[in-house]
Each structure stands twice: as C-alpha cells, then as structure tokens.
Write a protein that binds this ligand. Structure first.
Ligand SMILES: [Zn+2]
Length: 493
C-alpha cells in the first residue's frame, strides 16, 4: 500500500486532478474486470446514443497534405444490439458554409442516411417516395467491415464486450487488450487509470493505406442516466479526423430489432468488375464498364494509361482490356489525375506492371508514405511482386512523347477547389482532353444545374492553357463530352 501511495503521489505532480479523483476513490490499478464494472458493460445489452458534430470524407482532401473535408452532422442516432452483433446509424448531414474545398460530393439541403450492419450483412435504407410507403433496402457488402469495426469501437461498452473473452485478464498500466472483431480485424483497447476506455485502435484494409489505422478516442466521461459514458467520441482514419461527435443522450437497453431484410439476405454477390471500351481515335481507347473510367493511349512502342481508379481488381480489368486493344506493348506509364482515393486506389497494380506513376509532384511524398505501411489484411499485387514504385512528378506541365510522334501534355489546373493538385491530359494532335471530376456531360434534355466552383475553375484553366478540345473524355460519365457540353455546364451558353 505504501508503494502505491508513493507512485500515486508522483503521478499527482504530473497529472493533477484526474489522479486525485482516483486516490479519493481508492481505486487500484485497472483490470478489464474493473473497467467492465465501472462502465456497466455487462448490464448494457443494447444502447442508443444521440449526438451531433462533424464527419469527414476519407480520401477526398483538397491537397495531399490536408485533412479530409468536413460535413456537419446535424443529428446522429446510433443503436446497437450487442448480443446480435447488429447496428443502426441514422444521421443527417449538411454542407458547411462556405463549402469546403475537396471532394466527396456536395450535399444540397439535408441528407438523411440510414445504415445497418448485422453479422456479415451491411445495408442502407432509402425512405419511401411518398408518405405511407415502404422504405427500400440496398445491400452494401463493401461497407460491412467499416461498420463492424465501428459497432465494436463506437462505444466503450462495446469495446469491453468485444474483449469479453479475456475478462479475467489484468491490464497493466498503459497496456492494450488485443483482440479481433469480424473474425480478422485487430482491435486494441486501452483502459486508463480511472477504469475508462480512453482509446481503441483498429485496422481495416484500404486500397491506398493498406492496413489502415482507425483510432477512436473517448473523453469527457460523465453519468448519462447513471451510466458512465464519454460525452465526446472522436475517430480518425489514415491520420486525419473522420468523426467528431458530442453525445447528448444515452439510453441503456432500449429495445431495437435489427433484422436483415430479405432483399439484402438474398442479394447477389456483386460481379467482378469488367471493362468495356470505346475507340476515341486510332490507338486511343476509353476504358469504361464501371463507375470509373481510364484512357489507354498507344505511344508507338509502349502504352500510357491515364487514370487507375478504385482498386487492384479494377486495374486488373483495365490492364487486361488495354493489352487486348493495344497488344504486345508494355504499359510504361500510368497518369494519376488527382489523389482522391477513388481515382488512385488502382495505382499500385501498375507498379507490379513496371509502369512509372506520373502524378502531381506534391502527391509523391503522400503515396510513398501511405504505401509504406503493412498490407497483411488484403495483400495486393504490388506487395506480392516486391517491386518498388517509381514516380515522375508534374509541377506545372509535362509532355509525354511517343515513338509514333503522339504527345500527351499534362497540365495542372491552378487553384481547383475539388483538388488543387489536379492534372488533365491533353492530346493536342487529336484534340482530346481527359479529365476526372471536373465535368460529366448531361443526358440529352436533362436539367443542367448551376455551375459549381469546380467547373468554373476548370473552364477558366482551359482558357488560360489555350486548350480547345473537340472531345472531353471523363473519369466518370456515360458518354464523351464536347465543348458545347462544357459551355452548358459552365453556364456560358
Ligand atoms: Zn475527386
């Protein structure tokens, strides 16, 4: 006991009030058991949390060095049935004013999202089109991992329940309890001297980061209807904030029935991505077939692919199609329009192909750091190949020349609010421009929305660069655009 007192006194000098509280309560070093008791983790079988705050769109920054762009969370209701391993999140998001730079899609007015997970099933709810109608449910299998990890890390009680298998295990000061959730995702739970869970670290697979750290911290513990619960829950992913919630109410054991809808249970497994193509000019092909597109360009003795979106599987498909369309020529370069993860997640696959990555010079350091992490959860082909990435940075303008005299000019769009390090690929000989996230040609007769800051900036950059394309090929979209489409979208006609 004397030794405990001496130790306590030392810490008091360092950390003041919180340790004084501990001494007043006379608590011993925390154990998992003592934390379970302090936070009533056994008695809590279901929970309902009401909160508000901010969320942030992972992988959509304004520059490679900046945090993820923010959305306001007007309301956030989290319900978990721990015994069933089921969670429901209902949140209302709004766009901050002024609108933040970066990607992630604009929100007009309020956007209500209802998201579920139970076991391996993840799904979203869309409200009925008219009052009295039934909501529809859409399976989102790719969201299951993130939701499973959030279900066990959003609340301290959930983290302790997940750790329950090792209930008797003592926790030495500063140590983490290590377990896995969802069968394979590591979850490390840290308990502080006050028997509070103050931090949970988890790792999930990410196409850019590999085994990506998801860190959740809990602070401002107080009594909510007699339950010790944090008033602030913050999550970061890949080193930047993704969720910041201020808790306003906590209900213990309110009944919630989260059953997997039939439409979700019987939903077909999504097919492997397939690529289709459209010839733009001799030796130039728009590789489509999914939500994100690429451009394959025959340079005489080699091939340049512009854009490597999504993931390894998408790149497999694009590379295979490119090799069919332009046979027996190596892909020596892959151009990356911007760092956003949906446009860069497939880049690593090209390293295994020995292609040099051509990107804005500011992105190189970001990729080198992001790609240096472990990739044990889902090893990709670059990992398996053991090859090291080669980068060619663009600061303002670069020209790629082919043995067939074809040129691809790469230009930086100055000051673009979607991403300030965005490149466009201009083929002056064919007057073809490739761009991503700047414009999608509208369907015939569709109502054209007012011009965004992004398309206005794109339009002004093309004037500055004296680029007058005949065809504008996109990283998204259903058809190849024209200058008339651009003028329409930019509000110039
Ligand atoms: Zn983007």
């Amino acid at each position: 006991m004397r030794r405990m007192t001496v130790l306590g006194a030392c810490v008091v000098m360092l950390a003041g009030a919180s340790v004084s509280t501990q001494q007043a309560r006379g608590t011993a070093a925390p154990t998992l058991q003592s934390a379970v008791a302090a936070l009533n983790a056994t008695g809590v079988r279901m929970i309902k949390i009401t909160a508000s705050g901010r969320s942030f769109v992972l992988g959509q920054p304004a520059t490679a060095a900046e945090p993820w762009p923010m959305r306001q969370v007007k309301s956030y209701v989290l319900q978990i049935d721990y015994n069933s391993g089921a969670m429901r999140v209902e949140q209302v998001l709004t766009m901050p004013t002024p609108a933040p730079r970066g990607g992630g899609g604009a929100i007009t007015g309020e956007q209500r999202q209802v998201q579920y997970v139970r076991g391996a099933f993840a799904w979203n709810e869309t409200p009925p089109p008219a009052a009295g109608g039934a909501p529809t449910f859409t399976a989102v299998p790719n969201a299951a991992t993130d939701r499973i990890v959030w279900m066990w890390s959003a609340t301290p009680q959930g983290a302790l329940k997940a750790a329950g298998a090792t209930l008797a295990r003592p926790v030495t000061d500063g140590a983490e309890i290590q377990l896995t959730v969802g069968g394979r995702y590591p979850l490390h739970v840290h308990i502080n001297k006050l028997n509070q869970v103050d931090r949970v670290r988890a790792w999930v697979p990410n196409d850019v980061f590999g085994d990506m750290l998801v860190e959740t911290t809990y602070s401002g513990y107080r009594s909510f209807n007699g339950l010790q619960f944090p008033s602030r829950i913050q999550q970061s992913q890949g080193g930047h904030p993704t969720i910041d919630l201020t808790v306003t109410a906590v209900e213990v054991n309110p009944f919630v029935d989260i059953s997997v809808p039939d439409a979700v249970r019987t939903a077909a497994t999504p097919a492997a991505p397939t690529a289709t193509s459209e010839k733009v000019a001799d030796g130039i092909f728009w590789i489509t077939g999914g939500s994100h597109h690429s451009l394959a360009v025959d340079m005489g003795d080699h091939v340049v692919v512009v854009e490597a979106p999504q993931n390894d599987a998408r790149s497999d498909s694009v590379i295979a199609t490119t090799k069919t369309l332009i046979p027996n020529k190596p892909i020596r370069m892959v151009v990356n329009t911007h760092v956003h993860f949906d446009h860069s997640g497939g880049l690593r696959r090209y390293v295994a192909e020995d292609a040099t990555i051509v990107t804005h010079a500011a992105n190189t350091a970001f990729y080198e750091k992001a790609w240096a992490g472990a990739r044990t959860l889902v090893p990709d082909q670059m990992t398996k190949s053991g090859k090291k990435p080669m980068f060619q940075g663009v600061t303002d303008r670069s020209v790629l020349k082919g043995a067939n005299n074809r040129t691809i000019e790469l230009h930086v769009l100055q000051g673009n609010p979607h991403n300030e390090q965005t490149l466009v690929a201009w083929l002056p000989g064919e007057r073809i421009l490739f761009q991503s996230d700047m414009m999608n040609p509208p369907a015939q007769g569709a109502q054209v929305p007012p011009p965004t800051a992004t398309i206005t900036n794109f339009y002004e950059n093309l004037i500055r660069l004296k680029i007058q394309p005949e065809r504008i090929v996109g990283g998204h979209g259903n058809r190849i655009g024209t200058v008339a489409d651009l003028n329409l979208l930019a509000g110039k006609k």
